[in-house]
Write a protein that binds this ligand. Sequence first.
Ligand code: HEC
Length: 118
Amino acid sequence: MKKLCVLLLLAMPIVLEFCSSTKKAANKVAVKEPVKLTYVSNVQSLMIANCSPCHFPPKGNKKPLDNYAAATHNIDSILFRIQKNPGEKGFMPFKHTKLPDSTIMVFMQWKKDGLLEK
Ligand code: HEC
């Protein structure tokens, strides 16, 4: 019994040190990588909101832009057109007001980030 007590006493600092060091590790703030934009999280909803129904078959009969493959394949044309001003040839969204800069930035950043799907 005495032996066990001594053993426990000896072990105490080790146990305490272990506890405090794990706490320290948990408190460390992880350095976060900037989150990359993706089609599913950032772009799809903007396309639905601004490019439908025209580019969303079967309702729309313009070039389909209703999925990831079509959006990535046409990204340069999309970027080119949404940066034009209303009245300019090729401006999109057709017969609507220009997209806010923050929305245009999402398309640009999505391309920069590598056109990820999700
Ligand atoms: C009200 C209907 C309408 C909306 C909304 C619309 N478009 Fe269009 N879009 C058209 C029409 C009509 C054309 C064909 C005329 C032209 O090329 O300018 C076209 C053509 C395009 C093309 C060229 C297709 C090709 O054949 O190469 C792209 C790219 C495009 N639109 C992107 C967009 C994007 C991106 C949005 C949303 C931000 C959008 N459009 C919203 C009607 C629309």
